[in-house]
Design a protein around this ligand. Sequence first.
Ligand code: AHM
Ligand code: MG
Length: 334
Amino acid sequence: HAAEAQRTDLMTITRHVLNEQGRHPESRGDFTILLSHIVLGCKFVASAVNKAGLAKLIGLAGDTNGEEQKKLDVLSNEVFVKALVSSGRTCVLVSEENEEAIIVDAPLRGKYCVCFDPLDGSSNIDCGVSIGTIFGIYMIKDKDNVTLDDVLQPGTDMLAAGYCMYGSSCTLVLSTGNGVNGFTLDPSLGEFILTHPNIKIPNRGKIYSVNEGNAKNWDAPTAKFVEKCKFPQDGSPSKSLRYIGSMVADVHRTLLYGGIFLYPADQKSPNGKLRVLYEVFPMSFLMEQAGGQAFTGKQRALELVPRKIHDRSPIFLGSYDDVEDIKALYASES
Ligand code: AHM
Ligand code: MG
């Protein structure tokens, strides 16, 4: 009976967020409108990603006027920027694809700042492997005086964060600061339906996820940690390695199965690779909301204060106890 009831009582992402906002009646509406514009962007990218292979083969879309087809990441960025601006609810946008932050013109200005990577995992686009969109949402301080400082805030100030994974199915994972929920796109309805309520990450996992090709440049705690994953000294079984090279897919697996994802610092890149505002912060927020942790090698990741919009940071995130282990290794180092 329960299954039957669920089939006919559809918990869409909009309905879910409206329910959650019952707790904050003052913001009811605005956030839902913002989210629906983000969701529109995700649906567009999902559909574009699905057609991408075909487009190459038979030349779908845009080749009639001799114009070269736009790259999927550029196209996705344009769609997200336009969807966010036209929502009338945003004031500052930071995109991985734009060097400068976008300050929305006064008539369309709203109270939210959105930092996003419209299509992350660029190396996986052309071979059809999972890629994703990542976003973090803040509130401006003073609507009449919008500055970059509105986004150069610690991750603890984030109101909401999420990602959408374009994989064998299209899954949107969202937290508004009240736990983590996953929604799967039902293509026949064009709606994201709640499929993963209240996601909690296992306290310990059996998987580690890292680009081990960089091992020769790692610092000692990272090297020791990975060594322990492979050759545990305490009698525990060794961990499996899984690495897709798309942060969204690697983090999604970590969230559901447990384990740890790391993109550490190394000698060549002392701040790692991943970007604070639209990669590290949203994923750290989701991990904490799911009961896991996120650590930079020095501090709780969400307590970082970025100085520039495209700043990078090393990151270790995932199951609570697995992140405790790497924290201990860094502590014993110093
Ligand atoms: P991108 O923004 O160029 O796509 O790079 C980000 C991606 C992440 O999705 C992923 O975690 C990481 O780069 C993988 O990097 P590497 O290829 O160095 O392992
Ligand atoms: Mg990226």
